[in-house]
Design a protein around this ligand. Sequence first.
Ligand SMILES: Cc1cn([C@H]2C[C@H](O)[C@@H](COP(=O)(O)OP(=O)(O)O[C@H]3O[C@@H](C)[C@H](O)[C@@H](O)[C@H]3O)O2)c(=O)[nH]c1=O
Length: 356
Amino acid sequence: MRWDIFCQIVDNYGDAGICWRLARSLSSLHGQEVRIFCNDLPTLNLLASGSNEALAHKIDLQPWEASYSNARHPVQTPDVVIEAFGCDLPERYLAGLFIAPVKPIIINLEYLSAEPWISEFHAKASPQSHGIPKYFFFPGFQDDVGGLLLDPIPPDGSEVTHLIPKSLKSIWLKLRPQAKRISIFCYPGAPLRKWLEDLGNLGESVDVLLAHGHAELINFYSEKPLELPANIQLFSMPFVSQDEYDWVLSQCDFNIVRGEDSFIRAQLAGKPFIWHIYPQEDRAHEVKLAAFLDLYLNNASQELKLATIAAMTWAMPSSWFKSLNDWHGHSKAWRAHLLKTQGDGGLAARLVRFIV
Ligand SMILES: Cc1cn([C@H]2C[C@H](O)[C@@H](COP(=O)(O)OP(=O)(O)O[C@H]3O[C@@H](C)[C@H](O)[C@@H](O)[C@H]3O)O2)c(=O)[nH]c1=O
């Protein structure tokens, strides 16, 4: 089948990250023909740049405007159109669908949530005045919702390749073999400065890998540059491709992640993590975080529950760092649980089954 995915990048990378990951699964695992129309092609290309060439050639990455002319040609009408995160389809593209002899199915791919209510709305029709069938699709953790994007499933800890990506070689050579490794990818509201100072006071050797732009973030709210003891080393990473970023998560002992895609990747890496959830004005993110923690900590000891909740709500590392060993064990078990419960192939496979 032919799929058109519409991806509108507003400010973050998540929209591109998710569209690309979905496209690669549809293409490489399910043999589908996929085009992505994106309003910010350079960002999408950057994310996709680490993938193997055969895959990159198969997925057609197009600027948003290219959809206007493509769709008017009936031959090119797809079987499925995905509006990622409810972005509006270009009117001229939609007009092309009106005159197509066979109408596609439109999927409104929603935001990921662990909240139970999504199962009531998942896969429900969204009647449109133009008459083209449209459905909601909610990614999530439970069996009766849209599933998670798993591909490529990262290998288990011991099997992870230690081949260093070219873009990270100079940094990796400076990492200390005995030091703990933490990667940080979060939003500007995180109390990073205080967090790192507190980490420094623990006396542990830690190499901290900051995602692109985060060094500026640390010093943004203060005139004084951050001073840390010698046991903590900070490194600024460039913006790397999605595959390389996945690799970084697998190489760290602890990750701070955000949004949706890196949040799932941190879980699949089988490592403890802080999820810096995308902040919403009405504080809806607090409910979302609590719903996830309910699932994630269901089998955890009371002590680990308290430590994890503290960490995820930005309590200082000194208050929970001693639980890190237990948290490691829990993370491995959670990874195994996810792979089992998403054993049907997760989001891409559930989408294909829904359409067929
Ligand atoms: C740091 C880094 C990330 N990435 C990738 C990993 C992910 O695919 C992507 C980041 O996406 P996320 O983790 O989802 O975080 P994000 O904050 O960038 O995206 C978010 O945007 C908001 C607008 C949405 O509401 C959120 O749901 C979420 O999608 O960028 C790289 O490829 N290279 C890098 O160097």
